[in-house]
Design a protein around this ligand. Structure first.
Ligand code: HEC
Ligand code: HEC
Ligand code: HEC
Ligand code: HEC
Ligand code: HEC
Length: 325
C-alpha cells in the first residue's frame, strides 16, 4: 500500500529529471545561432564582422531614423527600417542573416583564402578577385563554386541554355543573378516576373516573351503541390490513427513527396513544360492519396485479440467463482 502511494511522486521526479537532462543536452549540442559565430575560429568571419562600411547615404537614413525615434514618431520603423536594413547592410551582415551562416558556410567556402591566418594580407593571399577569370567567384565559375555543395542544382543547370550562354557570351543568369550575394534567399513565385523580365521581354526577344509569366505559374503550382502533400500527409495519419488500412494511400503519398522533394533541383533545368508535367503528376498522386483515405477499409481492430483474451479469462474467472460457492 505504502509503496503504491509513493510511486506517482517518484515517477514525477524521474520524469522531471529526465526532461531537465534532455533540455540541457539539446541546449548543449544545438547548432549555435548567428550570434555564436565567434566560436567558429574563422578569421574571415572574425575580422569582417568588425568592418561596418556605412556609406554616406546609409548614414543619412540612419540619422533620419534616429531623429524620428527620438521624437517618438511611430512611423520611423515602418517608413525607414526596411530602407535602412536594405541599405545599411554589408556583406557580412547579409551573410550572417542568411541560411549559409546558420550552416557555417563561411566566406572562405566561396572566396577561398586562408581562414586560419590572422592578418588581412595572409588571409587574402591566395584569394582571387571577382574580375580574375580564375577566381571561384568569377561570373562564369560561380555555378561550379556553388555546385560543390548544391550538386543536384548544378547537374540540372548544366543542361540549360542558361549555362551554355553563360559560358559562351556571358549574357545569361548565373546562380547569383537570381539568388543575390549574400542573402542567398529562395525566391518566391511573385518575385519571378521582374527578375526573368530583365532578359525575357518583348523587346529583347530572348526565348519566349511569356517566360516570366510561365515561370510564375509553374512555381505557384509547385506551392500548390506542397499544400496538397501536407493535406494528404494529415489525412493518411488520421486514417491510420483510426485503424484504417492506408497501405495504398501511403504509396501514392510517397510518390507525391518524392516529386515535391525534387522540385528545387528540377526547377534549375529551366524546362518549364517538363517541370509543369512533373508537378502535375505530384499533385495527382497527393490528391489520390487523400481520396483513398476517405474510403479506406478499417483494418481488424488492433485491440481485438486483447479484448478476446480478457473475455475468455473473465468467463473462466466467473465459472471458477460460481464453482467455489
Ligand atoms: C584582419 C582582417 C581581415 C581578415 C582576417 C580577412 N579580411 Fe577580407 N577584407 C578585410 C578588409 C579590411 C577588406 C577591405 C575593406 C572591405 O572591402 O570591406 C577586405 C576585403 C575582402 C574582400 C573584398 C575583395 C577585395 O579585393 O576588395 C573579400 C572578398 C574578402 N575580404 C574576403 C575575405 C575572406 C574569404 C577571408 C578569410 C579567408 C578574409 N577576407 C579575411 C579584412 C580582413
Ligand atoms: C555562398 C558563397 C559565398 C559566401 C559564403 C560569401 N560570399 Fe562573398 N561573394 C560570393 C560571390 C559569388 C560573389 C561575386 C558576386 C557577383 O558576381 O556579383 C561575392 C562577392 C563578394 C564581395 C565583392 C567582391 C569584390 O571583389 O568586389 C565581397 C566584399 C564579399 N563577397 C565578401 C564576403 C564576406 C566578407 C563573406 C563572409 C562574411 C562572404 N563574402 C561570403 C559568394 C559568397
Ligand atoms: C560549402 C557548401 C556550400 C556552398 C559552396 C554553397 N552553399 Fe548554398 N547552402 C549550403 C547549405 C549547407 C545550405 C543550407 C541547407 C540547405 O538549405 O540545403 C545552403 C542553402 C542555400 C540556399 C537556400 C537558402 C534558404 O534560405 O533556404 C540557397 C538559395 C543557396 N544555398 C544558394 C547558393 C549559391 C547561389 C551558392 C554559390 C554562390 C552556394 N549556395 C554555395 C551550402 C553551400
Ligand atoms: C534564373 C534564376 C535562377 C538561377 C540562374 C539559379 N536559381 Fe536557384 N532558384 C531559383 C528559384 C526561383 C528558386 C526557388 C524554386 C522553388 O521554389 O522551388 C531556386 C531555388 C534554389 C535553391 C533552394 C532549394 C530549396 O531548398 O528550396 C538552391 C539551393 C538553389 N536555387 C541553388 C542554385 C544554384 C547553386 C544555382 C547555380 C548553379 C542556381 N540556384 C541558379 C532561381 C534560380
Ligand atoms: C541575364 C539574362 C537572363 C535572365 C535574368 C533569365 N534568362 Fe532565361 N534565358 C536567357 C538566355 C540568353 C536564354 C537562351 C535563349 C536562346 O538563345 O534561345 C534563356 C533561355 C531560357 C529558357 C528557354 C529554355 C532553354 O533552356 O532552352 C527558359 C525557359 C528560361 N530562359 C527561363 C528563365 C526564367 C524562368 C528566368 C527567371 C527566373 C530567366 N530565364 C531569367 C537569359 C536570361
Amino acid at each position: 500500500m505504502f509503496s503504491k502511494t509513493r510511486t506517482p511522486k517518484k515517477y514525477c521526479i524521474i520524469i522531471l529529471y529526465s526532461c531537465a537532462l534532455i533540455v540541457s543536452f539539446f541546449a548543449f549540442i544545438a547548432p549555435a545561432g548567428a550570434s555564436d559565430l565567434s566560436a567558429l575560429n574563422n578569421s574571415c568571419v572574425d575580422c569582417h564582422r568588425t568592418l561596418s562600411p556605412f556609406t554616406d547615404e546609409q548614414s543619412r537614413f540612419n540619422e533620419i531614423r534616429q531623429n524620428h525615434t527620438e521624437r517618438n514618431i511611430s512611423c520611423s520603423l515602418e517608413c525607414h527600417e526596411d530602407i535602412i536594413r536594405k541599405k545599411a547592410t554589408d556583406n557580412f551582415q547579409q551573410w550572417s542573416d542568411s541560411g549559409h551562416s546558420a550552416y557555417y558556410v563561411t566566406c572562405d567556402a566561396c572566396h577561398g583564402g586562408n581562414p586560419r591566418a590572422k592578418t588581412e594580407a595572409e588571409a587574402h593571399a591566395s584569394m582571387k578577385g571577382v574580375k580574375d577569370s580564375n577566381s571561384s567567384i568569377y561570373f562564369k565559375n560561380i555555378p561550379e563554386t556553388c555546385g560543390k555543395c548544391h550538386t543536384e542544382e548544378l547537374d540540372h543547370f548544366k543542361n540549360t541554355m542558361h549555362y551554355q550562354r553563360l559560358q559562351s557570351e556571358s549574357r545569361a543568369p548565373s546562380c547569383v543573378t537570381c539568388h543575390k550575394p549574400h542573402t542567398f534567399r529562395v525566391l518566391k513565385a511573385s518575385e519571378l516576373v521582374p527578375l526573368c523580365s530583365v532578359c525575357h521581354n518583348p523587346v529583347d526577344q530572348i526565348a519566349a516573351a511569356s517566360v516570366p509569366k510561365d515561370a510564375k505559374n509553374a512555381l505557384e503550382k509547385a506551392a500548390e503541390l506542397q499544400e496538397d502533400v501536407l493535406n494528404a500527409k494529415n489525412a493518411v495519419a488520421d486514417a491510420k490513427a483510426k485503424g484504417k488500412d492506408v497501405t495504398s494511400a501511403q504509396l501514392d503519398l510517397d510518390k507525391a513527396t518524392a516529386v515535391m522533394d525534387s522540385v528545387p533541383s528540377l526547377w534549375h533545368g529551366f524546362n518549364l513544360k517538363d517541370f509543369d508535367q512533373q508537378v502535375n503528376n505530384g499533385i495527382d498522386w497527393a490528391k489520390r492519396a487523400q481520396f483513398k483515405t476517405s474510403d479506406a477499409e478499417p483494418t481488424v481492430p488492433a485491440r481485438a485479440p486483447g479484448v478476446g483474451i480478457a473475455a475468455v479469462f473473465g468467463i473462466f474467472a466467473i465459472l471458477y467463482l460460481i464453482r467455489k460457492r
